[in-house]
Design a protein around this ligand. Structure first.
Ligand code: AOF
Ligand code: ZN
Length: 348
């Protein structure tokens, strides 16, 4: 079944509505909806503002009132079919007399699944998959987490040119430049969980909050998760009241991720320690790598990742580079380079 130019334009608008500034990245997907009259003009618009709030379709239907009868609903996500925090959008669309539904991304969330089928059963015309890639990009980590039943993992590290993250005496604080550290805070703010090992908390005592240029914490903070079997000393900064903290008593990356997924977490920012990085890499549980490279040589000191047991060059773990950004140094600071990469599947 085809779509009209008015419907495709409405989908572009619905995608814009979905990412309205202020709408959180999770745990719910960002969704936009436009209701069109038979002549292609817009009757109403809506978007999902936050968890617990009305879904995009319901917001648009409310604005439209009786005008929704016979309309076409253009939505970035397949209408849900469940009663969760709110009611099923499939039923709301049917009750309002909507004649046709055009959606982008199918909803594969097991609790919400089946909206398209329910609509068709009720005699509504349904077209799915319109601009589906754009819609998936809007909810990149939600889509990933739903599909893999675990959060997306971004491993971030800072390194010297010779691959060292700390000097021989253990000092590591100033490997990356101020611009790189600020950039890291921006990326932390896009995640819902900061993850480090107990060792990092003991040795570096990081606060693991997201802060602005002057060092003030942002209003919304990711969960701070510390994994490992050891107890964490009570006075550590991760226990301050600037964000929530969770101790995951496991050394297994898969177990930590499944606990976090059960807590509705969809994007983990892995920031702690070469041993933890190795464990995630070996388990194949790193989905994205962000490396800040400083033009600095140490010649000795801890490596960014612990020994992976690779003995010959043909066994190296290769990464696909998707972005290279230069973070210009100011006032005598180093210029750093940020590499964004995806690990390639290991050759067996
Ligand atoms: C829609 N329209 O605008 C959104 C949908 O937290 P709940 O109970 O409201 O349900 C969230 C789930 O519903 C979410 O994971 C996704 O499957 C679907 N979200 N569906 O029809 C919307 N936000
Ligand atoms: Zn819904």
């Amino acid at each position: 079944m085809t779509t009209s130019e008015a419907e495709r334009q409405a989908m572009r608008r619905a995608l814009e509505l979905a990412v309205t500034p202020g709408v959180p990245l999770g745990p719910n997907p960002r969704v936009g909806c436009v209701l069109l009259a038979a002549d292609g003009t817009t009757i109403a618009e809506g978007f999902h503002r936050k968890v617990g709030g009305p879904h995009a379709e319901v917001e648009a239907l409310r604005e439209a009132g009786d005008a929704a009868r016979g309309a076409t609903a253009v939505v970035t996500l397949e209408p849900c079919n469940h009663t969760g925090r709110t009611g099923p959008c499939s039923e709301a669309l049917i009750a309002a007399g909507v004649r046709r539904v055009v959606f982008a991304q199918p909803d594969t969330n097991p609790v919400a699944i089946g909206g398209a089928g329910r609509l068709r059963e009720a005699g509504v015309e349904v077209v799915g998959g319109v601009m589906v890639e754009e819609a998936r990009t809007v909810n990149r980590t939600w889509t990933f987490a739903i599909a893999h039943r675990r959060p997306f993992v971004t491993w971030k590290f800072a390194t010297t040119l010779d691959g060292r993250s700390a000097a021989a005496d253990g000092s590591s604080r100033w490997v990356s430049s101020r611009a790189a550290r600020l950039d890291t805070h921006r990326l932390r703010g896009l995640c819902d969980t900061m993850l480090v090992g107990t060792n990092t908390v003991e040795v570096d005592d990081p606060e693991l909050t997201v802060r602005d240029e002057v060092g003030d914490p942002l209003p919304h903070q990711p969960l701070r998760a510390v994994m490992g079997m050891r107890d964490i000393p009570v006075g550590r900064r991760v226990f301050n009241d600037r964000a929530e903290t969770l101790h995951l008593r496991t050394r297994e990356p898969a177990e930590a991720l499944s606990t976090l997924f059960a807590l509705d977490r969809q994007h983990v920012f892995l920031e702690g320690g070469s041993t933890l990085a190795r464990a995630f890499l070996e388990a194949g549980l790193v989905d994205e790598v962000v490396a800040y490279v400083a033009p600095m040589l140490l010649g000795a000191g801890a490596s960014a990742v612990a020994d992976l047991g690779i003995e010959t060059i043909s066994d190296a773990l290769h990464l696909h580079v998707s972005d290279v950004t230069v973070l210009q140094g100011h006032d005598g600071e180093d210029t750093n380079v940020r590499l964004t990469m995806r690990p390639q599947l290991r050759r067996s």
